[in-house]
Design a protein around this ligand. Structure first.
Ligand SMILES: O=P(O)(O)OC[C@H]1O[C@H](OP(=O)(O)OP(=O)(O)O)[C@H](O)[C@@H]1O
Ligand SMILES: [Mg+2]
Length: 165
């Protein structure tokens, strides 16, 4: 996979605002959500925001791993399945939450587990967009989103002292 050309760094403040915007959109979708199923690890933070905003207290995880190094996606592995209780009715009234959909492979795997669930992500790239029902911001396929939990502040040398070679 070629390195993404564009970077989209997201601060904690921006991510909180975008996750709350997703909660707003979801508040009009369904009267009573049975539960949230968040796709770890990226879905954990948006699920915390949405559960607080929508008052959803039953939160389940489905643990999926695929991107094993910087930007290349390996084979998708389901490390922990969804509680069978929530698989009844094919996931009707269940809200699946993730941070983003990129190629859509993760979304496809989890959707297949609960075809009637509502799938929401904060960000979406074009290839994954058809797999999600509600999202906030689309970014181009060649953009890499840098999430706040992957970043930190670092010292920047004064311009006069020149930059490392
Ligand atoms: O649409 P896709 O191409 O499948 O990519 C999207 C998935 O990739 C990332 O998770 P990752 O597998 O990196 O694990 P993590 O959430 O634990 O970081 C992200 O959180 C999504 O779950
Ligand atoms: Mg993930």
């Amino acid at each position: 996979m070629s390195l993404p050309e564009k970077a989209f760094p997201v601060s904690w403040d921006q991510f909180h605002r975008d996750a709350r915007a997703l909660a707003w959109r979801l508040s009009g979708v369904n009267g009573e959500w049975k539960a949230i199923v968040c796709i770890t690890r990226g879905g954990l933070v948006p699920a915390a925001v949405i559960s607080r905003e929508l008052g959803i207290r039953l939160i389940e995880t489905v643990c999926v791993a695929s991107y094993h190094d910087y930007t290349s996606q390996g084979e998708l592995r389901v490390l922990k399945e969804i509680n069978p209780e929530l698989l009844k009715d094919e996931g009707e009234n269940v809200l699946i939450v993730d941070d983003l959909t990129d190629t859509g492979k993760t979304a496809a795997i989890v959707r297949a587990m609960m075809p009637k669930a509502h799938f929401a992500t904060v960000y979406a790239k074009p290839k994954g967009r058809p797999l999600v029902d509600t999202f906030v911001t689309e970014v181009s396929q060649d953009t890499w989103i840098y999430f706040p939990w992957d970043m930190g502040f670092s010292y920047q040398k004064p311009i006069a002292e020149g930059q490392p070679d």
